[in-house]
Design a binder for this molecule. Structure first.
Ligand SMILES: Cc1ncc(COP(=O)(O)O)c(C=O)c1O
Length: 426
């Protein structure tokens, strides 16, 4: 029943009975967490054999004879380049493998741009009076934090079910102070949507005021399908940019953080050869080489891109029931109430819940007082401010199924209370 179709007194009665239910739950002293987008222990257990792929008896040499125990090969070992080029559909000579986290590579990329500029810059971005960066929102808070930390001005772009609103983007990029855009193009954080072919094409082709404009293409969930029969397909941004003469526009990132071990995986960066030629001297000043033994370990364990995809199918068997708990509870408890709507992703790590405008913070507080931690409300928007106070990011992966079910029961109860509180006041 849609709550707005109830009379005021019916709304008040319902609110009173839900508040009673809430007080009972509150007294249980729960301590549950829906905020962390990290793999559950069951997923990590399924990766443990990776640690046996390289030991004291293993040949420590890369296929080109390089001794991976030693300094060198700043852009990664050739077999790791091949493996990840195959997996992500990239060119081996445009891929850089290094470090344990793609976020680190993204931060370094923009820090370098601020200090030295990118290929084609007239001056370091940091010497411009202002650098603006487009932030499709809801989005990944850490993307926004990178830009904010480096002193850029964050410009919000609304997300649509096809990706960032391209009419808005095309208008904004006419401003030469707009130097780039953050994109999580497949199973986006937090909406779980995949950019349409049309969106990718427009991003690749659009005319920009800044001739050194860059797309931060963070394909963090490239192979993170939940359902074998429902896999989203993402258009090839490099091919489309190439066709438009904009290959240099793309900075591509990915990692094995949610394939093997977050924090102990392998990160990759891909860009045109001309971009890499501008960037590599700076990286060489920063390090003599990344952890090649870890690259070797990943290559020896997975061997082929097909094996990684098989491994992802196994991980999906752990994630799928958790997403199903989230979606079925939302359907059952909020389905016809008019209190909220939400996304139903085919992959990735999140479900995006949109509660009635003005009710997200109150939902967060009610959940907190009942022992359920949510991602900070507002975190999915630049500067931590959701203009509609509506979006809540749900991360199903980390809690056990039992805890997840309990947490979802509390969350949906709190949404109904928060919405009814505003309705009885209206
Ligand atoms: C969109 C997105 N990019 C990057 C990351 C972090 O990746 P990494 O561990 O490679 O730094 C995350 C983690 O949640 C993410 O959601």
């Amino acid at each position: 029943m849609n709550y707005s179709s109830l009379s005021k007194s019916e709304q008040k009665d319902l609110l009173t009975s839900l508040q009673k239910e809430y007080e009972t739950i509150k007294a249980c002293g729960l301590a549950l967490d829906l905020s962390r987008g990290k793999p559950g222990a069951d997923q990590l257990d399924a990766c443990m054999d990776l640690l046996n792929a390289l030991d004291a008896n293993s040949d420590p040499h890369a296929e080109n004879g390089f001794d991976c125990r030693n300094y060198g090969l700043v852009d990664g070992i050739p077999e790791a380049k091949k493996l990840f080029a195959d997996l992500f559909g990239l060119r081996e000579d445009e891929i850089f493998v290094g470090g344990n986290a793609s976020l680190n590579l993204m931060f370094d990329t923009l820090a370098r741009a601020m200090l030295f500029g990118v290929l084609g810059s007239e001056r370091p971005w940091g010497k411009e009076p202002v650098v603006k960066f487009l932030c499709p929102a809801p989005g990944y808070d850490r993307h926004f934090r990178v830009s904010q930390t480096l002193g850029m001005e964050l410009v919000t772009v609304p997300m649509t079910p096809q990706g960032p609103d391209m009419d808005v983007v095309e208008e904004l990029v006419k401003d030469p102070a707009v130097k780039g855009i953050w994109c999580c193009p497949k199973y986006s954080n937090p909406d779980g949507i995949t950019y349409s072919d049309e969106t990718v094409k427009r991003l690749a082709e659009m005319k920009t005021g800044a001739k050194d404009f860059r797309i931060m293409w963070d394909n963090a969930y490239a192979v993170h399908d939940l359902y074998p029969d429902k896999k989203d397909q993402l258009a090839d941004i490099f091919a489309l940019a190439d066709a438009a003469g904009n290959r240099d526009r793309i900075f591509y990132f990915a990692s094995t953080s949610k394939i093997s071990f977050p924090g102990a995986g392998v990160a990759i960066f891909a860009a045109s050869k001309a971009n890499l030629a501008q960037i590599l001297p700076y990286i060489s000043a920063q390090t003599i080489g990344y952890d090649k033994l870890n690259m070797l370990r990943h290559v020896r364990y997975y061997k082929t891109a097909e094996n990684i995809l098989k491994h992802m199918e196994l991980l999906a068997t752990y994630l799928r029931p958790k997403f199903e708990i989230v979606l079925s509870t939302l359907d059952r408890e909020l389905g016809n109430t008019g209190c909220a709507h939400w996304t139903k992703p085919n992959g990735g790590y999140f479900v995006s819940l949109f509660v009635k405008e003005g009710c997200a913070k109150r939902t967060y507080e009610l959940c907190k007082a009942a022992g359920v931690k949510l991602t900070d409300v507002g975190a999915t928007y630049p500067y931590g401010k959701d203009p509609h106070d509506s979006n809540i990011r749900i991360a199903p992966s980390y809690p056990s199924r039992e805890d997840l079910q309990k947490a979802m029961n509390v969350l949906t109860l709190c949404v109904r209370i928060a919405v009814l509180e505003t309705m009885v006041k209206e």
